[in-house]
Design a protein around this ligand. Structure first.
Ligand code: CU
Length: 490
């Protein structure tokens, strides 16, 4: 029988057996040298690693030998973000981690163990957003220091507290396609890349929110991909993201990619995880290994609670736009130059092609099978900056000088740019191209249309700085465009 992953909220308050065993295993694994492939720090460095930063944080000391396989790209710095590999890579990473922790728990206590998930968007649980108490406690039940709070988080964190405009929701699951368009700029799963890239060009809906949002709300090490894997909460967060993907795939009307480049993994090198015990060879895998029947496919106790989905149930809400590969995505306008945002909001005019825009706006609400249906998106390309998880709000047609808070109807979305620092490093393996995001503005455009017309020649996009954006740490967006997605109502 395989192991079943459970909701941490159902395991009992405080030091339940699962979290106590997790703490004991973490303490043992974190005492191992970073050169050990099953050590806590080696596993964390697989997500992201920076020797200087780690020395500064005293995660590694003078006598520690950092194995070259963490710095030459073999095992270190592998986390896949901003691409269609985000979900499968993290699924393999979770399974590897879970096997290593479970073996340590077995050795220490004789108990079986599986990775729990943090179901923070479960509306049936009033305490869903509370950090499980065991991660905050000073001590273990026997009075020893609590390993689960070794690494820093946002000051005073006890509950995930989104701001007024924070995109902390399950809106992502409404998308029906894992990927659409030639480059995958739109979709649930992230943009297409053929090769191994730590940060690709397009962030998928689920990665954007709640994934990125929760990284920022936890803060501390969780707010930086080079440190995030060290926080034991990381794994419960990612376990929930992974469960949301599983729930989404199990729901009628949702379409996974069948692209061989996704199924096989990057063309230039396979994904690689350390074996239990750390001996060679490691475990290589591609996307297909994470799906049903694959070696990394997980089992969850529940795919309904806190997922916004009813797997196996009736297909939902949003009008189907036909098979993913038969839909098209085309730009219908762009701004003229890069925009930089510091401590004040910045606006940019996006010039639209009137004919394409008018046709796009007219078909937005189509519901009759066989008719053309469209959705409109704002695309922010090559977003760069130095902060690790800054936040911006995006508005459409916000009047000059207006208070953004007075215009929720013009709010296009909220972005946490998790990993912006790494994606912007000019010499990294990602090429320093920054991050890319698409925001669905279909409903917003419909509201504008109803409120007196949508000018088909232009829109004004305003970027409002949020957390971790300032004149000293600005965000630059190379290009803002509007994309029209076209399909046939199915
Ligand atoms: Cu993450």
């Amino acid at each position: 029988m395989g192991i079943v992953r459970q909701d941490v909220a159902k395991l009992g308050a405080g030091w339940n057996k699962t979290l106590l065993n997790y703490a004991l295993a973490m303490r043992a694994l974190d005492a191992l040298p970073i050169s050990n492939r099953n050590s806590w720090k080696f596993l964390g460095a697989m997500h992201g690693f920076d020797a200087e930063l780690w020395r500064g944080e005293e995660l590694i000391g003078g006598t520690d030998t950092v194995p070259s396989e963490l710095t030459d790209g073999t095992y270190g710095d592998q986390c896949q973000h901003g691409s269609w590999y985000f979900l499968p890579w993290h699924r393999g990473y979770l399974a590897t981690f879970e096997a290593i922790v479970a073996a340590k728990v077995k050795e220490l206590t004789g108990d079986d163990w599986s990775l729990p998930y943090w179901n923070y968007l479960d509306t049936t649980n009033a305490d869903a957003r509370r950090v499980p108490q065991a991660f905050l406690a000073d001590k273990l039940p026997n009075g020893d220091p609590n390993p689960l709070r070794t690494y820093p988080r946002r000051t005073g964190l006890s509950v995930l507290q989104p701001g007024r405009r924070d995109a902390f929701s399950l809106a992502a699951v409404q998308e029906n396609d894992f990927i659409v368009g030639n480059n995958g700029s739109i979709g649930f799963g992230g943009g297409i890349t053929g090769d191994f890239v730590q940060f690709g060009g397009w962030t998928g809906d689920l990665e954007n929110n709640p994934h990125n949002t929760v990284h920022r709300l936890i803060g501390g090490y969780m707010g930086d991909p080079r440190l995030a894997g060290l926080d034991p909460l990381f794994w419960l967060h990612h376990c929930n993201i992974d469960r949301l993907w599983e729930a989404w795939m199990s729901t009628p009307g949702k379409t996974m990619t069948r692209d061989s480049r996704w199924r096989e993994g990057p063309a230039d090198r396979p994904f690689l995880m350390p074996a239990l015990g750390g001996a060679d060879p490691g475990i290589t895998f591609g996307g297909a290994d994470t799906l049903k029947g694959g070696k990394f496919h997980p089992t969850y106790d529940n795919l309904t609670k806190g997922t916004g989905l009813v797997p196996g149930g009736v297909a939902v809400a949003r009008v189907g736009m036909g098979p993913s590969h038969q839909q098209s995505v085309e730009p219908i306008g762009a701004n003229a130059s890069a925009v930089s945002v510091g401590s004040k909001p910045e606006s940019s005019l996006v010039t639209l092609e009137p004919r394409a825009t008018t046709a796009g706006v007219a078909a937005m609400g189509a519901t009759t099978p066989g008719h053309t249906v469209t959705r409109l998106y704002l695309a922010l390309e090559s977003v760069r900056g130095e902060a690790s998880a800054p936040q911006i709000d995006v508005y459409v047609n916000l009047p000059d000088g207006a208070d953004p808070d007075a215009h929720p109807e013009l709010h296009a979305g909220n972005l946490t740019l998790f990993g912006l620092n790494v994606a912007s490093r000019p010499h990294g393996r990602h090429g320093g191209n920054g991050l890319g995001y698409t925001l669905d503005i279909t409903e917003l455009a419909q509201r504008l249309q109803q409120a007196g017309g949508f000018d088909p020649t232009k829109i004004r996009v305003t970027l409002v700085p949020g957390e971790h954006v300032s004149d000293d740490s600005p965000i630059t967006v190379d290009k803002i465009s509007v994309l029209k997605r076209v399909g046939i109502v199915s």
